[in-house]
Design a protein around this ligand. Sequence first.
Ligand code: UN1
Length: 507
Amino acid sequence: MDVLNELGLQSENPGAYAGEWIETSGELLASTNPATGTVIASVREASAQDYARISEAAHEAFLRWRQVPGPQRGEYVRRIAQVFREHKEALGQLVTMEMGKIIEEGRGEVQECIDIADFAVGLSRQLYGLTIQSERPEHSMRETWHPLGTVGIISAFNFPVAVWAWNSMIGLVCGDANLWKPSRKTPLTAIAMTRLAASVLEPDGYGALVSLVIGPDETVGSALLDDRRVPLVSATGSTRMGRIVSQRVAGRLGRTLLELGGNNAIIVDENADLDMATRAIVFGAIGTAGQRCTSTRRVLAHASIIEDLQSRLVRAYETVQAGDPLAPDTLLGPLIDQDSLDAFIQAVTAATDQGAQLVCGGGPIEMTGELAAGAYAQPTILRAKSDLPLMQEETFAPLLYLVAVDSVDEAIAIQNDVPQGLSSAIFTMNVRNAERFVSAVGSDCGIANVNIGTSGAEIGGAFGGEKDTGGGRESGSDAWKLYMRRQTSTVNWGESLPLAQGIKFGD
Ligand code: UN1
């Protein structure tokens, strides 16, 4: 296949890199295309012994890299972005083949990697600290930021390349090494990205800065969590996984950056632009087949417009074409696997048992021919009351709850009344309601948008959320600070030794 050739993938690939590709000693893992069920290629997984070697190499590379000036580190990242640009189309296709999102979103995900790399290049000339007024004469005080060490990156299947790039491109300019443990459902995209980044770093002996380890949670995942050479573990995935990561890493007083489940709502006010709201809801609920952590799961609509909104949504849902995610007209690809489809069907059954009304969808889509093996879910809308127990949970599928509300205050209260706190949005033309939504008494989420949906954030902002979403912030803004260690230095350039707080000690 051309895409595999272009990206240097073989039919069997080593599942670990640490400055060189490692002859891994684990099991053979087949990566399948979720749309067709066919094997794309295989990966020889890493073992716990392989892990020790990779961590060692990453640490050794870090010790050298931290001495390279920031802007020079940025120059490497600039060249990495260039390599991503050159292979954007092939990478986008590989993301689609291995993960199942439609090609437009596959390309968009690669663009997100390019964007964060460009952002990181600019950052490499900044990484500013502070100067602070000292209370003592002839003293200066400042705060500086230094490289941290190896950043462990645990990523999920749904964003198989972008979330790694958010962490690793920032990590690189911050002077860190990166050790990536990708989802075992998307090992080939991880190998391809590593290969491209390493093509820039390896000739100068810095390949191990983008180390990779593919293997089971119980062996290599466990070793990563307990590895004292990894001061920061950045993990994306389920809240269940995040709790384990958080507790294990905290046990050794390591730092975590968690980006876990979402249960994102769009509030539609009585005077909202319903055309815009409909489009945002359709993209948010059906895009990536509802498998983004930012996917729209709940719509809280004013009772005066809910019937109109519902019929617009149903009409739009009817036009959504399910099919081959590589085909340009397809808007809905498969779920990642049959387990996901089973969980979706169970959620629909449980929600209707709890009193929700099915508006459309609710079952699997039977595909024919090549796509018969794909686990396709019908885009589904359920009308529900705000106290539906299942609405507290995140179902990773195109399943949307539509709830009637009588005011924006009521909508905000319902929106916040879930364990998760990632993304949120309001559609309104009322400036008071818009500002209230983004105020201290409004949305309790990490992301709160006005007249924009819940998903599809730009890289420039800090990304993450509160409560069961884990509290982490990655990507843009000043998220880089988590990837560095802060140092406060007070320098005495005078000839006496005054003590702070005016203390006299023996003089
Ligand atoms: C995720 O689903 O883990 O905001 C990340 C978005 C994307 C990133 C999603 N830029 O939807």
